[in-house]
Design a protein around this ligand. Sequence first.
Ligand SMILES: Nc1nc2c(ncn2[C@@H]2O[C@H](COP(=O)(O)OP(=O)(O)O)[C@@H](O)[C@H]2O)c(=O)[nH]1
Ligand SMILES: [Mg+2]
Length: 230
Amino acid sequence: MSYAYLFKYIIIGDTGVGKSCLLLQFTDKRFQPVHDLTIGVEFGARMINIDGKQIKLQIWDTAGQESFRSITRSYYRGAAGALLVYDITRRETFNHLASWLEDARQHANPNMTIMLIGNKCDLTHRRAVTTEEGEAFAREHGLIFLETSARTAHNVEDAFINTAREIYRKIQDGVFDVSNEVRGVTSFFWMDFLLRKVFKMSDVLFMVCSGHTFHLSMVLLFLNVVCLLP
Ligand SMILES: Nc1nc2c(ncn2[C@@H]2O[C@H](COP(=O)(O)OP(=O)(O)O)[C@@H](O)[C@H]2O)c(=O)[nH]1
Ligand SMILES: [Mg+2]
């Protein structure tokens, strides 16, 4: 299926905040309640439509390496959008936002659009961070903000689509150098193709050696680095 633009997104934030679940909810419209790295959605894609233009979102999820705080420069490279996620029931995940932003500032394109997400808003009885605090943090750092639930799907579509709207607006306004960026993302098509093949293979690998998720994470990390070298 053809598309006018391809936007690379990354999902960042502490372990357990629901990054993989948000991706799964957006691409597959389902919720996987058991914490299981073998959900196998380290990489997802979905087509959306903005202003009558087909846009392909290619979304990268960490394969568990965020727990080592060893997210590489290549993960950030070429990302037009980032979802920065915290868990509204765990204040420490909110407290770590500044250091995630610091990471992004170091590694990412300064024009990258960042959507701040307070996830698990279905767990109202366990809320530890108020909506106002999330809003204030976003305002202070120039981010867009939404509270979501990967469980009920509340605001999940909007989180991904509003980010794309903002990126699209930046392209229209000439904030992104379209000639560079678009050529860059078009050639990305082949990378996309190659990675899909590799990830299909990794699914098989999962089945063959289920339990060895750490090994696979390392393989994915390696591929991530190799494939994105210029
Ligand atoms: N109640 C609730 N649980 C969630 C939500 N999102 C994720 N979870 C749970 O939180 C845990 C961690 O989710 P996961 O997506 O693996 O987090 P990640 O480490 O950030 O990728 C899992 O047990 C999920 O079932 C949500 O919106 N609501
Ligand atoms: Mg995950």
